[in-house]
Design a protein around this ligand. Structure first.
Ligand code: AG3
Length: 284
């Protein structure tokens, strides 16, 4: 069966694969297809979220730069990420004692565990993980718990999830972060969503003292080139230190390397123009 994503007018990215699952969860249309190249692919409201073939491009680049920017991450909050791919990467860091993951839609986790179990591995069985099905924005606004790392694996900066890209939410995240805490979020395609990313940069800079953007490739996301926001009070993202920490922690990756880490923060001029000052140089 054919499924397709229309990220902007005049562009349709079409796939053909077997439909394995379809349901209206109450929050969204939740589908899983089996694609001949990408394998099992999770699609929410017609937007590709992740696939067996390329989930590591996204999950490694969402999680490891933030986790490696912290010397000793123990307490981690994950918003969204119902498939468990981010949870699994967080739990690979041995210092982690507690992960609270808050996904709004239980159906996403249920179908991922049933049909895409490799993405989470054993993460959902890990005693360090607590998974709640709740509104992540509301949880952050009311929480008083402190975290070393906050990861937002949400939908794109358009539509109902937009509150996760606004200054009040960023201020609330900063309030929950330890003084050395690190915030990271996916922020969409700089090619197809430049005005949204410009707004995110402005909102983040109004809340966080230190704001940086970095890039990675995600083959199943429209435009392929994808952006991430890393923010905190004062971020130390040394390439050498990130590499040493990854080795010490026994982190095994297929996309992330120290060189990739450093290169990810090198922004093309058109991206620097979008994010304004949010392109702090990397010390090496
Ligand atoms: N979270 C980011 C999905 C962005 C996809 N956007 C799109 N297809 N337009 C995905 C959840 C993976 N854990």
């Amino acid at each position: 069966m054919r499924f397709s994503e229309r990220p902007v007018d005049g562009l349709e990215i079409a796939y053909e694969g077997e439909l394995l699952h379809t349901e209206h969860s109450g929050f969204q249309l939740v589908q899983v297809f089996d694609h001949p190249t990408f394998g099992r692919t999770l699609v929410l409201d017609g937007l590709v979220q992740t696939s067996q073939r390329d989930e590591f491009f996204y999950h490694e680049m969402l999680v490891h730069p933030a986790m490696l920017s912290h010397a000793n991450p123990k307490r981690v909050l994950i918003i969204g990420a119902g498939d468990g791919g981010a949870l699994r990467r967080v739990l690979e860091h041995p210092s982690v004692e507690r992960v609270l993951m808050c996904e709004i839609d239980r159906a996403v986790t249920d179908v991922s565990r049933a049909l895409l179990p490799d993405i989470a591995g054993n993460a959902f069985e890990d005693p360090r993980a607590e998974v709640v099905f709740d509104d992540g924005h509301a949880l952050v606004m009311r929480s008083t718990e402190t975290f070393d790392v906050i990861i937002v694996d949400s939908s794109d900066p358009v539509g109902p999830g937009i509150v996760l890209f606004e200054t009040p939410f960023y201020e609330a995240c900063l309030r929950l972060l330890d003084p050395n805490g690190v915030f990271v979020a996916q922020t969409g395609s700089p090619v197809l969503m430049p005005s949204e990313i410009r707004m995110v940069a402005k909102n983040a800079s109004a809340a966080f003292p230190d704001v940086r953007f970095y890039l990675g490739a995600v083959p199943t996301y429209p435009g392929t080139l994808w952006s991430y926001l890393l923010a905190g009070r004062s971020l130390l993202v040394f390439r050498g230190e990130a590499g040493r920490r990854a080795t010490e922690r026994g982190i095994v990756t297929r996309y992330w390397t120290p060189d990739v880490h450093e290169a990810a923060f090198a922004l093309p001029n058109f991206v620097q123009e979008i994010v304004g000052g949010g392109a702090g140089p990397l010390e090496s």
